[in-house]
Design a binder for this molecule. Structure first.
Ligand code: SF4
Length: 166
């Protein structure tokens, strides 16, 4: 329902600018995909296609880290590429978030016995949302994005709570 219909035509809303910015951020997430294995093919690429159409939620793919808010790590990360992954993360502007997509990105998955595999991308970058599965369905990624949106909308409250308890 349109906001003017919900509140009445001449209504005024008061809010904090930070909350307004966070609401805008949560509804316009540009993701830098870090697709390195089957998860990227089977789960992530179909997310942007016509069936699942993440664009309608304001979630867009972006090819450059400098204009991306979210990094999606989709696939098995090995030690050789850890440095490149961290470099891309560092090139993203603040505030930024990370989604670990699939068992491999979350924990090393079925390849965790191999010595060259990183046992979870959280060893390299801070992860905000974990989406398990091998591979996760696009619907699971959608749910992961909804969790991230909640986290972004409530992050000021979370920061204030942490400051109070420190
Ligand atoms: S979690 Fe499964 S589908 Fe995803 S990258 Fe690992 S092996 Fe492939």
């Amino acid at each position: 329902m349109a906001l003017d219909k919900l509140l009445g035509e001449n209504s005024v809303i008061f809010t904090k600018s930070e909350q307004l910015f966070d609401a805008a951020r949560a509804n316009s997430l540009w993701y830098l995909s870090y697709g390195i294995a089957c998860c990227a093919i089977e789960g992530l690429m179909s997310a942007g296609g016509p069936k699942f159409d993440y664009d309608r939620f304001g979630i867009f793919h972006r090819g450059s880290p400098r204009q991306a808010d979210v990094m999606i790590v989709a696939g098995t990360v090995n030690k050789k590429m850890a440095h490149a992954l961290r470099k891309l993360y560092d090139q993203m502007p603040e505030p930024k978030w990370v989604i670990a997509m699939g068992a491999c990105a979350c924990t090393g998955g079925p390849f965790r016995e191999y010595p060259n595999v990183v046992l979870g991308v959280d060893k390299i970058v801070p992860v905000d949302v974990y989406v398990p599965g091998c591979p996760p369905r696009p619907e699971s990624m959608q749910y992961g994005f909804m969790q991230l949106q909640d986290k972004i909308r409530n992050r000021r409250k979370e920061m204030a709570r942490e400051q109070r308890s420190a």
